[in-house]
Ligand binder design. Structure first.
Ligand SMILES: [Zn+2]
Length: 142
């Protein structure tokens, strides 16, 4: 997952998560990325170059805070993941196929989780099939 700072043609700034830079490029080319404020789809990526200058004392405090918020974030993330995995059916690489079958009414309605290639993801979005990228890669499909 990559967090991009984005800017629309009208100068609004916002942030959005993408599975990869490749997915971002493809979605943007298709006009699928829209400004949160004015809905325009002329979006540009802002280059991020964080520059922070702190004294060594402040730096160690900063590091402690980072460590703390990181483990807190991991805990929330783990709970979220467990919840998802408990309530969904893992269909592995058949994800795109089965998501399409459910959407077309050819498979029972349910929540599924699985893997899709960038191209499959684009195809599903183009056909307006509701999918959500998950911020982890499932390795239990072999
Ligand atoms: Zn805008």
């Amino acid at each position: 997952m990559i967090l991009y700072k984005l800017k629309c043609a009208n100068g609004h700034n916002f942030e959005s998560w993408f599975g990869s830079s490749e997915i971002y490029e493809k979605l943007n080319k298709l006009g699928q990325i829209k400004c949160e404020f004015c809905d325009c789809n002329s979006i540009e990526k802002e280059l991020m170059s964080p520059k922070v200058q702190v004294s060594s004392a402040e730096k160690s405090i900063g590091n402690n805070l980072l460590t703390k918020s990181h483990s807190e974030a991991e805990k929330i993330f783990r709970e979220f993941r467990e919840k998802i995995e408990k309530n969904t059916e893992n269909v592995g690489r058949d994800f795109a196929k089965i998501a399409r079958q459910i959407h077309e009414g050819n498979s029972p309605e349910r929540s599924i989780i699985g893997e899709a290639t960038a191209q499959e993801t684009i195809d599903l979005i183009e056909d307006e099939i509701p999918i959500t990228p998950l911020p982890w890669i499932n390795r239990k499909t072999n």
